[in-house]
Design a protein around this ligand. Structure first.
Ligand SMILES: *Cc1c(COP(=O)(O)O)cnc(C)c1O
Ligand SMILES: [Zn+2]
Length: 410
């Protein structure tokens, strides 16, 4: 078990003990915590039980680096997803050392399962009978799916703009799903009040600091899968900023626990129609809320909640942030699908779109190793490809098939 020594406010730096607060009482919603462990204990634990000798093939492989006492009694298997190097994709990119971390194969088909698994385990350890969250989609479906598998109740609040496949996935698994008449912000407010009134465990990533700890397991795996090497660059799509801060935390924790003395550069990618974190990074200023407009619904976050930690990850790592257009995102979805078979939702392919832009701009040297996170499955939002795919319509006769193959007609 990872021993959490204290929670440190990312805004004012105040420190608190474990379970006292979920967010900094002085800073309110802006005071999101960073989780700090007893790194001497972690170092000891890694020395006695080295990563390379472990055999669990899920996130609880890293139980001594997580804020939980042990794996839950029952849960679908989360994490230990494949890291691929695809020659054909890399030839197209013109870069030999690109690795694709395929988190579409998690139980609910997104990286969010890593956070939900930790949240549910913590709720179980605190004997909380139910969990709840507000989400644009993936966090919610992940919570509903994993709670069902852990025999826990789940109460989910979603905005009315949620893609159909995500809503159906939630409805099939949750105890109750509430479609809130309003935006994600409204759903978030209703969920916050309901959580207080009914005493459910709060899985809102943006406020619950332990969830980022679950997300960090993705990069702990990358480190192992690269043969115990830290990549030079890690590419992540950014909405609220929890995933990117989780990946940076992984490498910092590995460093503090004495596993490695190298750290990667973080490359954060947003959609051009919703890039408050890119703007803040470029202007070296605080984040301002924006009107969000992009097909990538999982990163359509006009008021990111974890921006302070995301900016820290970018600055501390010597990394950078950039944005890509919706057309570039769709192109990346089709490139990834056609060269690798990995089918990503728009936010899932945004990292790859960003990598292409970074390569064009010469931000990555030709010998550098790059890990790109593919964060969610294309089956979550197939309608995002409307108007961008070609389907040949044919009859029973082979003539119409021949016509397509031989380029007849137009
Ligand atoms: C949540 C999510 C993101 C963005 O993560 P943040 O922590 O909000 O920055 C990216 N891609 C997918 C598929 C997601 O579900
Ligand atoms: Zn504070």
């Amino acid at each position: 078990m990872g021993v959490v020594t204290r929670l440190k406010c990312a805004k004012c730096g105040a420190v608190y003990k474990g379970d006292d607060y979920l967010i900094c009482p002085k800073c309110g919603l802006e005071g999101i915590f960073e989780v700090e462990y007893d790194y001497d204990l972690m170092r000891d634990s890694l020395r006695k039980n080295p990563l390379r000798r472990r055999d669990r093939d899920d996130i609880f492989r890293y139980v001594d680096m997580l804020p939980v006492a042990g794996p839950p009694p029952a849960m679908l298997r989360v994490g230990w997803t494949p890291l691929y190097r695809f020659e054909r994709l890399n030839r197209t990119l013109g870069h030999k050392h690109v690795y694709i971390k395929d988190d579409t194969v998690n139980p609910s088909a997104s990286l969010k399962d890593r956070a939900s698994a930790v949240g549910i385990t913590m709720a179980l350890e605190r004997r909380c009978p139910a969990v709840a969250c507000a989400s644009t989609g993936n966090a919610a479906s992940s919570l509903a799916v994993l709670a069902a598998s852990a025999e826990m109740e789940s109460y989910i609040f979603v905005p009315k703009t949620i893609p159909m496949p995500k809503l159906y996935q939630i409805a099939a698994c949750a105890t109750r799903v509430f479609k809130v008449d309003g935006t994600y912000e409204t759903a978030f407010e209703v969920a916050t009040d309901a959580i207080e009134r009914w005493g459910w465990y709060n899985r809102n990533s943006a406020v619950n600091p332990y969830l980022t700890e679950g997300k960090k397991t993705c990069s702990l795996e990358i480190y192992e899968q690269l043969g115990y090497n830290v990549p030079d660059v890690v590419v992540v799509s950014v909405g609220d900023g929890c995933i990117i801060s989780g990946q940076w935390k992984a490498f910092k924790d590995l460093h503090l626990a004495g596993e490695t003395d190298r750290l990667p550069r973080m490359l954060g990618v947003q959609a051009a129609g919703c890039k408050p974190i890119v703007d803040a990074f470029e202007g070296s200023c605080d984040v301002c809320a924006v009107e969000a407009d992009t097909i990538a619904d999982s990163i359509r976050v006009g008021e990111p909640r974890n921006w302070r930690k995301a900016l820290k990850a970018l600055v501390e790592s010597g990394g950078t942030a950039l944005s890509v257009t919706d057309d570039e995102i769709v192109e990346a979805m089709l490139l990834l699908g056609s060269t690798t078979g990995v089918f990503a939702e728009p936010a899932g392919a945004t990292g790859l779109a960003g990598l292409r832009a970074a390569l064009r701009e010469g931000l990555i040297d030709k010998d550098e190793t790059v890990a790109v996170l593919v964060t969610g499955s294309g089956l979550k939002d197939p309608a995002s490809l409307d108007g961008h795919i070609e389907v040949a319509e044919v009859g029973r006769d082979l003539d119409s098939v021949a016509m397509v193959l031989e380029g007849g007609g137009d």
